[in-house]
Design a protein around this ligand. Structure first.
Ligand code: GDP
Length: 311
């Protein structure tokens, strides 16, 4: 069935093209921004290590509600591919928002991640950002994007990608270069219209691939991924299927969904949701979380995982 109440979208951009500013604008204008709690921190840049190095290392998620739909925004590591990390992260999404600077145009990072996104059959949506810049050249950049899609062997349907102009900093998105408007909502409308709703079976046995891991001082490892099939509830017994094929029985203590600032516990999550599971016994990236009775492994995307040691 189609989960019309959910959209999962990965956001990709070359560094400085405005990803953080855009996410802030989206949160502001979906009425979910609490300045006092954020105090100048940019949401997608909240990791200290990242701030230090000025790059995005750990993919993080946030979600916002728009017109009754939960839009999960998945940050994509932009700087390099840590052995399959980009691909794993992209697989949580059904669409990809490609943000490109209206002066600079697509850069190597844009190209690298877009190639992977097309390989994963994600629906691309192009955002040409910074159109408030006096030196911007949005039409030229749009045709550069088109050329990039051609170079990456996009099919005809993909070449007809939806696009929009935006100024993340001024907080608007528009299809019309004569009339900017003052709202970022046209961008969210474009996402709802173009990014497919997850098409899933919530009544099948549970499967979820552990895509990212996070360490919490209080609860230990938190495993995040997209539920491919079935449902999961707190207290549920599950099987963790390891790289070696070994099955480990363990219990989910808490099930959390993403929101504007982080995560909150819920009573149940189901196929199509991006979820964080707390309490699993030593989960590792690439493991499948499966139902206890009929555990079935998802296809792995194998990687040497450098991010854990950095946590
Ligand atoms: P990120 O590295 O992709 O997360 O980029 P940031 O969101 O940190 O933005 C990089 C720089 O571009 C910052 O100085 C922003 O203020 C600036 N910027 C972002 N969006 C816009 C925009 O729409 N117009 C202009 N003129 N500058 C922008």
């Amino acid at each position: 069935m189609k989960r019309e109440d959910v959209r999962n979208i990965a956001i990709i951009a070359h560094v400085d093209h405005g990803k953080t500013t855009l996410v802030d604008a989206l949160l502001h204008q979906s009425g979910q921004f609490r300045d006092s709690q954020l105090k100048g921190d940019c949401i997608l840049d909240s990791n200290d290590l990242e701030r230090e190095r000025g790059i995005t290392i750990l993919a993080k998620n946030i979600a916002l509600m728009y017109k009754g739909v939960k839009v999960n925004i998945i940050d994509t590591p932009g700087h390099a591919d840590f052995g399959g990390e980009v691909e794993r992260v992209l697989r949580m999404a059904d669409g990809v928002l490609i943000l490109v600077d209206a002066f600079e145009g697509p850069r190597p990072q844009t190209r690298f991640v877009l190639k992977k996104a097309l390989e994963c059959h994600l629906k691309p949506v192009v955002v040409i950002n910074k159109i408030d810049r006096p030196d911007c050249r949005p039409d030229h950049v749009l045709s550069e994007m088109f050329d990039l899609f051609v170079e990456l062997d996009a099919d005809d349907e993909t070449l007809d990608f939806p696009y929009i102009y935006a100024s993340a900093r001024e907080g608007f998105a528009t299809h019309d270069l004569e009339n900017f408007g003052n709202s970022i909502h046209p961008l969210l409308d474009m996402v709802l219209e173009n990014v497919p709703a997850p098409d899933v079976n919530q009544d099948a046995p549970l499967t979820m691939m552990v895509t990212t891991l996070e360490w919490s001082e209080y609860v230990g490892r938190v495993a995040t991924g997209r539920i491919s099939s079935g449902r999961v509830r707190p207290g549920e017994k599950v099987t963790l299927i390891k790289r070696s094929g070994e099955h480990v029985k363990t219990t989910v203590d808490s099930v959390e969904l993403f929101n504007n600032l982080g995560r909150a516990p819920v009573d149940e999550a189901s196929a199509g949701d991006i979820v964080a599971l707390v309490g699993l016994d030593s989960p590792e990236i690439g493991d499948t979380v499966a139902c206890a009775e009929k555990p079935e492994a998802l296809t792995r995307i194998d990687v040497d995982e450098p991010t854990l040691s950095m946590l």
